[in-house]
Design a protein around this ligand. Structure first.
Ligand code: VTB
Length: 321
């Protein structure tokens, strides 16, 4: 993954740039189409034998980057690819914060092939790794994280998506005198923020997309944090999908090793609009400036990069226009 991570950077940068004309237009379909198109174009330049395991949907629902689609040149290492060309299509279309272009990769067979359904997720940083338990109560998890981080419960900060379905968790946090950091959209970056001390965030909890859960798990694992999850199928079709993935007892919860079964993994995200870790893309005359994070599970390094792209660069010209 050490080399591929730089190729991945070009992939997310180009998807972010492609989505730029659609920010604030109210058109999330076109924003997603532009980012997906661009991401696919760039992925197919990479020397790897890749297959999309988390993508835009099943083959019959998504024309591009569908689950099972082969990407890359077809030579080189066999890689599982997880992508979300835009995590936060609604925020992009509304011109709001928290949209990213994101990719993760790992050797074939090591990423959970999560179907597109809701997933309950809990994540924490390295200090409390091994102490959280999705099968325990939320209160027990708060105590466990407080103990592991040497804090009192009221000193904790929990990041939660601002949704009605999360109201009980939000009230529980506040009943302990602890803080909530509520966000509107895009739960990949918030889950990873638990592993970055400067954010002061101790715990992430929420119900969001399963694909985003696997993407976040790659980042969390690469930084030595911990994440657990539980698929939440709501229909017979979704329950059957879980079974076909070999998950017979969905209530049991998934450990980090089941989400990402390797440390040889890489995660890259580029800001489309700004979020707690990344600046959004800026356009200045003939230049775009993008801001990205690259996380490498091999060395647990987190790199933040700012790239200035000259617009007449033929690559970006091809994918943006
Ligand atoms: C989740 C989350 C995503 O959308 O899928 C969420 O994982 C959907 O939540 O990151 P709602 O059904 O309540 O809208 C995102 O936040 C992307 O926007």
């Amino acid at each position: 993954m050490n080399q591929l991570i730089y190729d991945f950077l070009r992939v997310t940068e180009s998807a972010a740039i492609a989505s730029l004309p659609w920010i604030g237009t109210g058109n999330k379909i076109e924003a997603d189409r532009a980012a997906t198109n661009s991401m696919r174009f760039m992925l197919n330049q990479i020397e790897m034998d890749g297959v999309v395991v988390i993508g835009e949907g099943e083959i019959d629902e998504a024309p591009m980057l569908y689950i099972g689609e082969k990407v890359g040149t077809g030579t080189g290492k066999r890689i599982d690819i997880a992508v979300d060309p835009i995590d936060g299509t609604t925020s992009t279309s509304k011109g709001q914060n928290d949209a990213i272009a994101v990719i993760a990769g790992a050797p074939k067979g090591t990423l959970l092939h999560a179907p597109d359904m809701y997933m309950e997720k809990i994540a924490t940083g390295p200090k409390a790794a091994g102490k959280i338990d999705i099968n325990a109560s939320f209160e027990q998890n708060l105590y466990a994280v407080a103990n592991a981080t040497g804090k009192e419960i009221h000193e904790l900060t929990v990041v939660i998506q601002d949704r009605e379905r999360h109201q009980d968790w939000i009230e529980t946090v506040r009943s302990f005198g602890a803080k909530t950091y509520l966000f509107e959209d895009g739960d990949v970056i918030p889950a990873i923020s638990t592993c970055i001390e400067s954010t002061q965030i101790d715990l992430f909890i929420g119900i969001g997309g399963a694909p985003e859960g696997v993407l976040a798990a790659v980042g969390v694992k690469s930084l030595g944090g911990d994440m657990q999850a539980r698929l939440l199928p709501r229909t017979d079709e979704e329950r059957n999908r879980c079974k076909s993935m070999g998950i017979n007892d969905v209530n049991k919860g998934l450990l980090l090793e089941q989400l990402v079964a390797t440390d040889d993994c890489a995660f890259v995200a580029t800001g489309i609009t700004s979020n707690m870790l990344l600046n959004g893309i800026k356009r200045d005359q003939n230049k775009f400036t993008t801001h990205s994070i690259m996380i490498n599970g091999n060395d647990r390094n987190l790199r933040c990069t700012e790239t200035v792209h000259v617009i007449n660069d033929v690559r970006y010209h091809t994918v943006v226009v």
